[in-house]
Design a protein around this ligand. Sequence first.
Ligand SMILES: [Zn+2]
Length: 291
Amino acid sequence: MSRESAPKETDPMDALRTLSDESHTGENRCWPCTVLNLGLVGIGVVFLRARNRPRASLLVAVVGVAVVYLRGYLVPYTPEFAPRLVAASPVPDEWFHGKPSHRESSRQDVTRQESESLADDVGMDGETVLRELSAAGVIEVEGAQLFLATAIDSAWHERMDELADRSLDSLSTALQASLPRVDYTEPYADDAEWVALGSDHKQLLPRPVVVAELAAYEVLGERLDDERLRVAGAEAFRMFLDRCPVCGAELVESSSVSCCGGHLGPRQDPDETLVCPTCEQRLYTFEVSDN
Ligand SMILES: [Zn+2]
């Protein structure tokens, strides 16, 4: 953040502008974060008053509320945990998410949609995929834990590193050339980088997903003959990612009900997701089962 680079003669207005963070205020304000942080400020104020420190409590109240107003939150990393608290609380989700955020609504206006995977329409359920992969020796099971076989895992990471250095153009071409079921691809960039599938650009695959799935698809080709399983398996590989294949940032677990992810209807359970905080793209969605 720009705290170190703040100008020396600080005009109070400049200081306020430096503090303010548009990604969590205005239309982007996350109400779970705001409410939680104001609550924490309130607890601090009550605590200080109870200890007979009225001036300190006034200072905490003024500064706390101002920071939440300007930045959207006070406690670091609130956007990562507040949505989970809300999801776990009995308070209806629509109290916080009456309207979809600006970014989401702008994506929904056009007919294209973000796609989770190359395997979106392969039609194999997750359990079958994992069973087949483990029968082929690609995945190993230890107790309740799943692992990629060591040789597979290192081959996959090596290939991802190579693909990560490619331009978006060349990645898009490689994807089209490798997968028989993909007949048209085109690079597409807005505030993030994607490969669009189909000449109508109806599906957008995030760049890190393309890198991870294309690398996995190629590695699986040496072990599997079944094309559908290769594609579905490539999707399953992403659950084993701990870093972003494009920028190397550590992935953070988030919830799809959060200000940083997508919004679901009020009656749906939020899915847990793996998100790259740098690319601001979703790398994997762990579906919450209904049983
Ligand atoms: Zn990244």
